[in-house]
Design a binder for this molecule. Sequence first.
Ligand code: AKB
Length: 326
Amino acid sequence: MKNVLIIGATGQIGSELTMKLRNEYPNGNIVAGYIPGAEPKGVLLESGPSEIVDITNPQQIAEAVDKYNIDTIYNLAALLSAVAEAKPQLAWKIGVGGLYNTLEVAREKNCAVFTPSSIGSFGKDTPHVKTPQDTIQRPATIYGVTKVTGEMLSDYYAKRFGVDTRSVRFPGLISYVAPPGGGTTDYAVDIYYSAVKGEKFKCPLKPGTLMDMMYMPDALRAAIEIMEADPTRLVHRNSFNIASMSFDPEVIFNKIKEYVPGFEMEYELDPLRQAIADSWPDSLDDSCARAEWDWKPEYDLDAMTVDMLTNLRKKFGIEKPADCKA
Ligand code: AKB
């Protein structure tokens, strides 16, 4: 990778991935693609080039690729699961139409393409515990339908046209930098915000709802390592299970309470998010990613909790109370 276009560069993953790529590839063009209304700001704007690239507009993708001699595209444009249920047509237009536009530009201009899939690509018929790499994928959400379609279309472009498409299935991503919007796993981000602000957390999912989660630094590393992986070792491409931790609301609440003893939580269930979460795996088997490109997470729940609490306190200028350990 040298010259990289990130489509959706101001979103939850994009804003951090763009900065990491700019730090790791200082001699390349790392271009932040954004849509009007979601302009890059601050260091994201100042540290490198940015261009309006609406994924539903193939000409804008092609022009950015030509202008910066792009060799790799990170396609991060998507509506997350709960929002996608409210706008299924738009979710398809961005998730599948946008991917098609990206793959066509990549085919014509010889770019590699990363498109994240998700634990949302699985459904209720999938084995839920240690979900295998290759298994049943019959999701009931439009988000999942776009992700499975994306995995298949990306594999098709690799086999049929030789486009270097690669992907990982992200679990719920947790970060203190950009807030997520409209996901089913987002409670696991919001809970940390409540803990540092001294608020009682209203949990939208019931106890026992297990899902895979990952701290953002591991997710960013995965997105770069899969694109740098030796292609001769890859048996799979679209898309690899990756995992680092699996927990339910009680487990993350009790972990935070170890550091913030006065923290409180109550349940206020969101039926849509609960139904989606119930259809998703409890935990993924990521042994193929470990074997084919040496994937290995660095953060567990404890290390992530300390880092989240410390950085959110810094972000909001909140002093650590005397009874808190982080
Ligand atoms: C969501 O909850 O929609 C996402 C995901 C797991 O893909 N965070």
